[in-house]
Write a protein that binds this ligand. Structure first.
Ligand code: COA
Length: 175
């Protein structure tokens, strides 16, 4: 990993990366990095499942809020942030939802995530977003610390419950 000395307000050494808007050729690398990061065990809530439709859907609907970080050295994808905006009826407020965020494990804890987040926050500010939202698993301590460091607070609990229907089929069959 190559480093560049930090600029004003940044850490003294920062990896040499470029943060830019996601492009169509990034779809596959983003999807595969996400596959590495968001395993089924770690993301059991099916309301948000990492699959190719999720990536393509966010990219086509909200390209300007889909960012990638690439290593300047070889152009390899090292991280991504996929966001969207939400406007609720009856409310003048615009919300920015950072839906997925991931950094290549080899590049984690080198402020790549912070750079991606800062770039997305700039875009949200320009678009008039008043509140940013994120969500993560309660046991994802790295992500929770990451978001807290960036200023997120007021966590509110949301419980997901499940009911296994496999034994409740007509005749009790489990086929
Ligand atoms: C969460 C994630 C995106 C953070 O990206 P990152 O580039 O490693 O984070 P940064 O280097 O910018 O970290 C910024 C701050 O977050 C906190 N942090 C980041 N990783 C951490 C870890 N593994 N343990 C504890 N704190 C951590 C630290 O406070 C850090 O500040 P510091 O370096 O001054 O101590 C990355 O860990 C990741 O991809 N995780 C797997 C996917 C995921 O959980 N995504 C979030 C939910 S969608």
């Amino acid at each position: 990993m190559r480093y560049r000395m930090g600029e004003m307000g940044e850490s003294p050494k920062r990896p040499v990366i470029e943060v830019r808007t996601m492009e169509i050729d990034d779809l596959a690398p983003v999807f595969h990095l996400g596959e590495e990061l968001f395993t089924a065990e770690e993301v059991p809530n099916l309301y948000r499942t990492w699959d190719e439709f999720e990536v393509v859907g966010l990219y086509t609907a909200d390209t300007e809020y889909c960012l990638v970080a690439e290593a300047e050295q070889d152009g390899a994808l090292v991280g991504f942030a996929l966001g969207t905006t939400i406007t609720k009826s009856g409310s003048a407020w615009k919300y920015g939802h950072l839906v997925w965020m991931g950094v290549d494990p080899a590049w984690q804890e080198h402020h790549v995530g912070t750079r991606l987040f800062n770039a997305l926050r700039e875009r949200y500010l320009e678009a008039g977003v008043r509140i940013m939202m994120v969500d993560t698993e309660a046991d994802n301590l790295a992500a929770i610390r990451f978001f807290r460091k960036l200023g997120f607070g007021k966590p509110s609990e949301h419980l997901y419950m499940s009911l296994n229907l496999s034994n409740q089929r007509p005749g009790g069959r489990e086929d």
